[in-house]
Design a protein around this ligand. Sequence first.
Ligand code: NVA
Length: 372
Amino acid sequence: MRVNSWNEWDPLKHIIVGRAVGTMVQAPEPAVQRDWPEHGFSLGTFGRFPKEMEEKAEELLDDFAEILESHGIRVDRPTPLDFSQPVQTPDWKQETMFGCMAPRDLLLVIGNEILEATMSYRSRWFEYLCYRPLLEQYFKEDSKMRWEAAPKPRLTDRSYKKGYWEKFNAMNHNEQLESGKARDWVLTEAEPLFDAADVARCGKDLFVQASTATNSAGTDWLRRHFPDHRIHVVHFLEDSPLHIDATFVLLRPGLALSNPERPSLVPGLKELFDKNDWEIVECAEPARHGKASLSFCSQWLSMNCLVLDSETVCVEAGETAQIKQLEKLGFDVISVPFWDVSPFGGGLHCATADVCREGTCRDYFPEQIEGF
Ligand code: NVA
């Protein structure tokens, strides 16, 4: 086996698919506060997801893994921990962990390197341990693999703006959007923080979303860590952006999907794509409206697809408009029932992390834009 993946579309050979078992509605912490009274978890309460939800999600994840295997792709799975246990460092104690359904959030694969992201939630600080059995194995099996971990963050109160959620919750939606425009989110710049799922990989170019989980120090760290890449910091209109893959999705050379409700706030992005003859297509209308119960993800998971090669893509089975649109764009679509997995942390792209795709590092944007 080998670790090798430079983009989101080269032929997929080996992938990790997450697991839902044991996932928690996590206890409140400075970065995130769940408040779902209508589903039994009002602010301050926490606990394991209902058993029937967990069983359904596990079944769908297993089915997805089987579909991938039937296409000749090797699939590995993480090892869940007891996420209900309290965790602590010398700086803080957190009542619960979260889960390991979304390897994309944590593992950034660039070429032969797998980089463990910092993460920014205390409940996710130890999540990397779920992937260690696999990473140890890859390190043994592939003598060229580079295994890296970004500096473990302290996540003390210095890393979060004091009183952020009270202020945010008191705003109307327009004010929340304005604060998103100003990149006024919960994280401070005390230390580098990023989630791997804020990165869209495109050969030599990496698009990194400024978000509620990824601060400027985090993008700066990535820039210094990958000196041979061009890091483009992108920013879309959204009050609380989290992860780029329901906002801006790279499908194949020359083609990207954008979210019509979340336009880019950095002009350089469109300029760069235009200048290099890439088309940006607005994604289709999602089939659902609003969030599933106990979910922090939006209906835009409709565009959170997994590309198997530049002609084949996995899309959530209920997203008929999205499926039609991708077929029109020339893809063979594999429809995968997955909506009931969304409360556990996302869609088909979130639930996976590439280990190997064929291909090499190419330059898809030879014409660059100054200052972007
Ligand atoms: N935060 C995104 C999901 C990212 C996969 C959304 O809710 O649309």
